[in-house]
Design a protein around this ligand. Structure first.
Ligand code: SAM
Length: 328
């Protein structure tokens, strides 16, 4: 049986990354980034590898014909390789955002943002770039300049390589996103936020959402930092824990949001996407306040059905469409 194009590219990435992993004595994920960079540069950039290995790699890269592959083929093939690498080395807060979430956020972004004008997008926890590139690949507006921030060196390298291969304009900052960010305000923020406590209490003092006692919630500080870097009228889409507004620090969050943004919606994602109910997440949609912009008549609240239940999914999408027509 013939392999699909995604499988073909995945096997090439997997095979060449495995060779590089051995020769460079690095992790599989690091090797995926190295092989991606080779594919992009159409060269073997690692001086350490032997001539025989160089020839083997070159032959595989030629078969990939990467310049001719559609963006989604490249993204999905990389996604499979990254998933394989992440299984070998599980880090709970480093997980890549899966396709199902990315595609749903793409649907929402295309409903809320209809401009053809140049758009700037920020993901302050860009990770591997899978969420951002999923949305960019589905966006009707192709005039987009993106910015990503990520603390992990390997993940940001994967984001860099993926964006290059998919020919997306992406500016990257390898730093703690809660330190000062040297970027101009953006039109749109998308982010699957890291959840939990932020250990740097000194830095947290710069935020209105710092905890009154003990460590602050990183996801609260990320929301504040993102709002600060958004233009008035700009939209923000966050993947947040279901219990965001039920925690000990939620009163403070509520007051802050009330002051800065119009809450547009909170859509609970199907529990089947998560390990258990406690790990369940929602999509929080905000619009930064600006003179002349009114809040929605009602907030869009819904629980999304399992994506397998086609007619229930269609009902929800119709409900969202109706809400957009009434409120936007
Ligand atoms: N959307 C990403 C993707 O598709 O790969 C996954 C995002 S993951 C849920 C959260 C990311 O936040 C992780 O990659 C983690 O390394 C990053 N992160 C955690 N704390 C951070 C911080 N203080 N500054 C910048 N990035 C941080």
């Amino acid at each position: 049986m013939m392999n699909s194009p995604v499988e073909t590219i995945f096997y090439i990435i997997d095979e060449t990354a495995t060779i590089l992993q051995e020769e460079l004595s690095c992790t599989y994920l690091e090797a995926v980034a190295e092989t991606g960079e080779n594919l992009f540069q159409d060269d073997i950039l690692q001086d350490e590898v032997s001539e025989v290995t160089k020839k083997r790699l070159q032959k595989s890269y030629e078969e990939a014909n990467i310049g001719e592959q559609p963006n989604e083929t490249i993204r999905k093939a990389f996604q499979f390789a990254i998933l394989k690498g992440m299984k070998e080395n599980v880090q709970p807060n480093h997980q890549m955002t899966p396709d199902s979430l990315g595609l749903f956020i793409s649907f929402l972004v295309n409903k809320f943002i209809t401009t053809e004008k140049q758009l700037t997008v920020l993901d302050p926890a860009i990770g591997t770039g899978n969420l951002l590139t999923t949305v960019l690949n589905q966006m009707a507006n192709s005039n987009v300049h993106s910015i990503g921030v990520e603390i992990d060196e390997v993940l940001i390298k994967l984001a860099y390589v993926g964006a290059n291969l998919q020919k997306h304009q992406l500016e990257l900052f390898n730093q703690d996103s809660l330190e000062p960010l040297f970027i101009d305000p953006v039109d749109l923020v998308l982010s699957d936020l890291p959840i939990g406590y932020y250990p740097n209490d000194v830095r947290a003092q710069d935020y209105e959402l710092q905890a009154k006692e003990g460590h602050s919630f990183a996801h609260h500080l990320f929301i504040e930092q993102s709002i600060k870097h958004t233009k008035g009228g700009g939209y923000l889409f966050f993947i947040v824990p279901n219990g965001l507004f039920e925690s000990t620090q939620s009163q403070q969050l509520h007051e802050y949001l009330h002051k800065e943004v119009h809450i547009q919606g909170m859509l609970q994602l199907p529990t089947s996407l998560f390990k258990n109910e406690k790990a369940g997440k929602s999509i929080l949609i905000l619009q930064k306040k600006k003179e002349g912009i009114k809040p929605p008549k009602e907030i869009l609240l819904a629980t999304l059905p399992s994506l397998m239940k086609q007619s229930a999914v269609e009902d929800i999408l119709a409900k969202i469409d109706g809400w957009i027509k009434q409120n936007k």
